[in-house]
Design a binder for this molecule. Structure first.
Ligand code: FES
Length: 174
């Protein structure tokens, strides 16, 4: 019993000595530390081009029109859904535009007019254009990138931004 208490005392002393050392080291480090540089602000702002993609007269109800945006290497579609949706452009608020590269691993998406969904042949993710490209099933961890659209008085459709990162890019604008 006596031996046991002695061992406990030794353990306490070693613990206290260790704590004192740690505290002393921290004090020295804090005193000698160079002033911290201000974290660089990363605005992560991207200047999107305002590109004319098509005219409303070219759109057919529920049929995707192939386009590219923000550059020729980024395929997408314009789609007149026939139903007013959030983020929809045009008089009827039903024109939307999306990247058609799957945000999971970059397979090209196909559009099903019957279900009004974008579908991935790679691993079967499904995206809903009536809900801002929300993924409704599958592997992707991101919704489908949607274009910010503006319709001019003459019906020309301009894309002026994208709300998510296009697959395979560090920045949507290269
Ligand atoms: Fe589309 Fe995997 S590439 S779900």
């Amino acid at each position: 019993m006596h031996r046991c208490r002695a061992m406990v005392d030794i353990g306490r002393r070693q613990f206290l000595r260790g704590s004192a050392l740690v505290a002393a080291s921290a004090t020295v480090a804090a005193a000698g530390a160079a002033p911290r540089a201000e974290a660089a602000t990363s605005p992560a702002r991207v200047e999107y081009p305002s590109n004319r993609l098509a005219n409303v007269s070219e759109l057919k109800l529920n049929e995707p029109l192939e386009v590219t945006y923000p550059d020729a290497g980024a395929p997408g579609v314009l789609l007149k859904l026939g139903t007013r949706v959030e983020g929809g452009a045009g008089l009827d608020g039903d024109i939307v535009g999306f990247s058609t590269i799957c945000p999971h691993k970059g397979f090209p998406l196909t559009y099903s007019a019957a279900s009004k969904t974008f579908n991935c042949p790679g691993h079967y993710s499904v995206f809903d254009p009536e809900k801002g490209g929300q993924q409704v099933w599958g592997q992707a961890t991101q919704n489908l990138p949607q274009y910010a659209l503006r319709i001019a008085d003459n019906g020309d459709i301009f894309a002026e931004g994208v709300d998510e990162l296009i697959y395979g890019r560090l920045s949507n604008v290269l």
